[in-house]
Design a protein around this ligand. Structure first.
Ligand SMILES: [Zn+2]
Length: 492
């Protein structure tokens, strides 16, 4: 803090610069003027001093008068001050205001006032025609090209000529419904005749555009071949949360992804596909030089699971589609599966029976497994018998196709009834140690036309194996596909 005096700035300030001796003459204020005219008159004296004097009474009266004036002008406490409200519009005024305001049409706004024609307006006797008409038409599913042209206003002669020209180039059935026709109709002499067809252009096929134009010798056809690239589309990526969604997000069409999952599921249980596995799809693709892209069928389905990889190539043979692995091995169909997974303790063949203590033919496989392990049907079939069967204990026999039958012994519990139809893999009972048995195991027997055979010798699996020329062609195709670089966006 400092005081002005300390610095000798007692006269410093904006209003006066007396210290510089340059004071400008200043106009006296109203109060100073009054003071000078009436030295004894003061409108606002100190009411705390000289009480009872003339100046004091003057000051008190002024103060009272001001308070009274303020009180009279005040509207009172708690009463609102009313503002002026314009009167509501009605009748014509309202219509006009509504026509000129901006408001949503849903709330009743109109798009302006409508003006009536004045006497200065003279209607046209005739509207002039456009010199040419450019229009597009879409080929319908019926009627063909001629129908679409006639609907667009092309004369019968021109339409017939155009159809004849197009038919000479492509078959009538090749035109897809929905094809867009660009039509240009020319000038006509009178309004009573159809406009002449000046130009007709459309995409006849994915690789061919046709253009009809009127020349000196009438309509002429000009085919415009379109180059098409058939490099397939390869899409790779991480499976993540959902194989379907990841493949779709990477740009594979829904149908191809469905085929992919279906073909893959013949080799890998879908539950065993992990988030870090990588999918690999190759899809048929045609790219026209004009920019259109057509995606077709799935050609290759791959899944890399790190240790294990599935690679499947589509192979069409005689109208039948099969998926083959790179070695030309097809899908295993209808093969027998092992009824339980366990340790094989006794194979098929002659052996000394562990309880009877003499050599006899063991007519099946013994598979040790904990008591209660589900036993699954080795193939589709019908339950021939289910119940106790001497040394076999609780026993189930299934009849399958082509003279095959299977038997399952020593079950702790049977889960099917005789006559019941079972699917491959469905549970028919549980491992136990009933009958002549030394511990929980499944005795699994297989008969072919009534004779017991080694279950491991029968696969019943119809695995298609390509050979000869087919295999050579298959391997070439496979190598070509594998050379396709991954295109499109990767789903990482
Ligand atoms: Zn046995």
């Amino acid at each position: 803090m400092f005081l002005r005096n300390d610095h000798g700035l007692e006269f410093a300030g904006s209003a006066s610069a007396r210290s510089f001796g340059m004071a400008a003459p200043r106009a006296p204020t109203l109060a100073e003027t009054l003071q000078r005219r009436f030295p004894s008159f003061d409108v606002a004296p100190d009411l705390g001093a000289q009480i009872g004097s003339r100046e004091w009474w003057c000051g008190a009266a002024t103060c009272t008068a001001l308070l009274a004036a303020a009180w009279m002008l005040s509207p009172g406490i708690g009463r609102p001050i009313r503002a002026a409200v314009p009167a509501a519009l009605d009748g014509r005024d309202w219509d006009e205001a509504r026509a000129q305001r901006f408001a949503p049409r849903a709330l009743g706004a109109t798009s302006g006032m409508h003006m009536a024609a004045t006497s200065g307006v003279r209607p046209l006797a005739d509207t002039p025609e456009r010199p040419i008409l450019e229009l597009t038409a879409t080929l319908g599913s019926g009627g063909g090209l001629a129908g679409a042209l006639k609907r667009s206003g092309v004369g019968a002669d021109d339409a017939a000529r155009a159809v004849a020209l197009v038919d000479g180039r492509i078959a009538a059935g090749e035109l897809d419904p929905g094809t867009r026709l660009d039509i240009t109709l020319g000038r006509r002499a009178t309004k009573s005749q159809p406009r002449p067809l000046e130009k007709l252009a459309f995409r006849a096929r994915f690789d061919l555009a046709l253009e009809l134009a009127r020349g000196d010798a009438g309509l002429a056809l000009k085919p415009i071949p379109i180059a098409v690239d058939h490099t397939p589309l390869r899409i790779q990526g991480r499976v993540g949360g959902s194989l379907y969604r990841a493949a779709r997000a990477a740009g594979a069409p829904a149908k191809a992804v469905e085929t992919y999952i279906k073909s893959l599921s013949t080799r890998v249980p879908m539950g065993r596909v992990g988030g870090n596995d990588r999918f690999d799809l190759i899809i048929e693709r045609a790219r026209a030089e004009t920019g259109e892209v057509k995606l077709g069928k799935l050609l290759y389905a791959g899944l890399d699971q790190g240790k294990r990889a599935v690679r499947l190539l589509r192979w069409d043979d005689g109208g039948k589609t099969q998926w083959y692995d790179p070695k030309g091995m097809g899908e295993r169909r209808g093969g027998m599966t092992m009824p339980v997974s366990g340790r094989l303790t006794s194979g098929f063949g002659w052996r000394v029976h562990p309880l009877l203590r003499f050599r006899r033919l063991h007519k099946g496989l013994d598979i040790a497994a904990p008591s209660g392990t589900p036993i699954r049907a080795a193939a589709d079939g019908v339950v021939a018998r289910a119940g106790r069967n001497g040394g076999y204990g609780n026993f189930v026999k299934l009849n399958h196709v082509s003279g095959i039958a299977t038997g399952y012994g020593h079950m702790s519990r049977i889960a099917v009834r005789a006559g019941q139809r079972v699917r491959q893999g469905s549970v028919i009972g549980y491992v136990g140690s009933t009958g002549m048995s030394t511990g929980p195991h499944l005795h699994y027997e297989l008969w072919k036309n009534g004779a017991a055979v080694n279950p491991r010798s029968v696969t019943l699996a119809s695995v298609q194996q390509l050979g000869g020329d087919d295999l050579r062609r298959f391997k070439t195709t496979y190598a070509q596909l594998m050379a396709v670089p991954a295109g499109a966006a990767k789903a990482d």
